[in-house]
Each structure stands twice: as C-alpha cells, then as structure tokens.
Design a protein around this ligand. Structure first.
Ligand SMILES: C[S@@+](CC[C@H](N)C(=O)[O-])C[C@H]1O[C@@H](n2cnc3c(N)ncnc32)[C@H](O)[C@@H]1O
Ligand SMILES: [Zn+2]
Length: 289
C-alpha cells in the first residue's frame, strides 16, 4: 500500500491558507491552529492533526443536529473508507468501472461547464472528495481547493494519487457539520453523496450545510426520482425486490435551495438513459450567471 501512496505527490497549501475560514464543526466558533491540534475556545473541543490532515469530522447523523435518529441512516457508510487500504481498493475499482462506462468523462464536462458559468473562484470546497477523482475537472477555476471527506483513508489516498497545479488543502469533515465559517468559500462541489443518504432529513441537512458555507454556488449531484432509470427500478421492484434508490426531485432541490436563499439554474442529467444522476448548479440569490 505504501508504494501506491508514495507514487505521486500533490501540491499542498499550508494550514495558514485556511486558518481564517475554519470553524468548530460542533459549535461553529472560530478555531485556533496549534502544532499538533486545532482547538475551539467556544466548546473546548480539540481536534488532532494526523499526517498534516486536521481531523475535523464529526461522525453521526440526525441526532447530532437535534433531529430524531431514524433506524436506517448513513452511519455505516461514513465508516466505510476510514482505512487507507479500503480507500485504495475502492478508488481503483471505482475508477476502472466508471472509465469503462465513460461517465467520468461526462462528469468532467458537466463540472467544467458549471464552473465556467460561475466564473473564477478564490476557494472551492470539494466535499466529499473521495480519492480526488474529479479534482482535475474544476481545480483550474480556483486559487485554492479544499478537499474534504469524512474518511481519512480517502483523504490520504487522494492527497498523493491526484495531482493538479492549484494548491490544495486536505482535511476530514462531515458534510453534515462542515468545519467552515458561513460564506467562507466561493463554492462547494458535492458529487455522489446525496444518493447514499437514506433519509430526507440527511439530504436536506447536506444541502443546507453546503449552501451555508458557500458565498456564490453549490454543485450537487442527486439521483432523480423521476429519471427513467428510477422509474424502471420502481416498476420492476415487485419482481426483483431490489431496494429503492435514495432519490430527490428537481422541485424538492429547488424548494430546499429557496429556503437557503439560492436557486437551481441547471440540473443536467449524467445520461438520460444510463444514469439517474443529475448535476445541479445552485447559485445564491444575487449571483448572476
Ligand atoms: C461515492 S464516494 C464519491 C467521492 C467523490 N465525490 C467522487 O465522485 O469520486 C462518496 C464519499 O462520501 C464519503 N462520505 C460518506 N458520508 C459522508 C459524510 N457524512 N460527510 C462527508 N463525506 C461522507 C465517503 O467516505 C466516500 O468517500
Ligand atoms: Zn466548538
């Protein structure tokens, strides 16, 4: 595993590049950066730094933001790529499969189109970054990219596996408790997370948090309830008993965006037949595109 992780190096930005943007994921107070820990004067929490990566992820779902905890939520998924070897296996397999389906090329096109529409950014947050698969599609449009994932395994893998010229900063973070100040980044990119979240409360929380930290835009994928893929899945379910997909609708995403003073300006499909995913571009009110 070490040889895989030592194969390439990334361009790292020091913590001073983001120090003023960080907020305690638990209480949202600004954080003081020390040598081995990052400390919160508001609630007294102390967050370790591992191999240069601040561990700012709070695990857990709706009980951590004061809503009732359901029986089927995404906690197990949060733990799936904690180990670096699992992240390596996952990324290699996932990339091979996606390349085979050519959908990564299409994802690059959609991301490039969306970031071109919103113009240059000072800071873009990629959450969850996974193994950094998509970073080369948008990094050119920012002065700094913050790459974050709940799993340290993914972050450590992505730090050495993907390479772009734009300086990057890596940290662990939960998308339900993003450790950043309100309006601290130009935009947040969130690809292939919402369809892993079983409850509406989690999906709503995700978009609210992304829009809280973003000054101008959010790019978020979701699995469209009304897509052909999902319609076929629903119709064939009585026969093959496949579990239902975790879906959202354009109207539902629009309603959530409006509640955070934002609007959906585009939501192209990844593929009209082969995929149910949409790439939504959501901009804050007052942002012209
Ligand atoms: C399917 S991968 C997508 C990664 C990347 N966006 C891509 O498209 O290649 C989903 C990622 O979400 C992370 N994850 C799961 N729950 C999360 C949460 N609550 N907050 C942040 N990341 C989470 C997982 O560790 C995993 O790396
Ligand atoms: Zn705190």
């Amino acid at each position: 595993m070490a040889s895989v992780l030592a194969a390439k190096t990334g361009t790292g930005a020091g913590i001073e590049a983001v120090a003023g943007l960080l907020a305690c994921p638990a209480c949202k107070t600004g954080l003081a950066v020390g040598v081995a820990t990052i400390d919160c004067s508001g609630c007294g929490a102390s967050y370790p730094i591992r191999e240069g990566v601040p561990l700012l992820a709070i695990r857990g779902t709706s009980d951590t933001w004061g809503e009732p905890q359901g029986t089927t939520q995404s906690e197990d998924y949060q733990a799936a790529y904690e180990r670096v070897d699992r992240a390596v296996t996952y990324n290699q397999k996932y990339r091979a499969e996606l390349l085979k389906r050519s959908s990564t090329r299409r994802e690059y096109q959609l991301l490039q189109r969306h970031v071109a529409r919103v113009g240059r950014s000072r800071v873009i947050l990629d959450l969850p970054c996974g193994g950094g698969r998509l970073t080369p599609a948008f990094a050119h449009a920012a002065d700094l990219v913050i790459e974050a994932d709940i799993a340290i395994g993914q972050v450590l893998y992505g730090r050495v596996d993907s390479s772009v010229a734009t300086p990057r900063f890596w940290m662990t973070a939960s998308a339900f408790h993003i450790p950043l100040v309100d309006d601290s980044v130009d935009g947040a990119i969130c690809v292939r997370l919402s369809h892993h979240l079983p409850t509406a409360a989690e999906r709503e929380r995700l978009l609210r948090e992304l829009l809280r930290v973003s000054r101008r835009f959010v790019i978020m994928t979701f699995f469209d309830h009304h897509s052909l893929k999902n319609t076929l899945r629903r119709l064939t379910r009585p026969f093959n008993h496949k579990p239902p997909k975790m879906t959202m609708t354009i109207a539902g995403v629009e309603q959530l965006a409006r509640a955070s003073r934002a609007r959906v300006v585009a939501a192209p499909m990844l593929s009209p037949i082969g995929s149910g995913h949409r790439y939504a571009l959501i901009v804050k009110d007052g942002v012209g595109v």
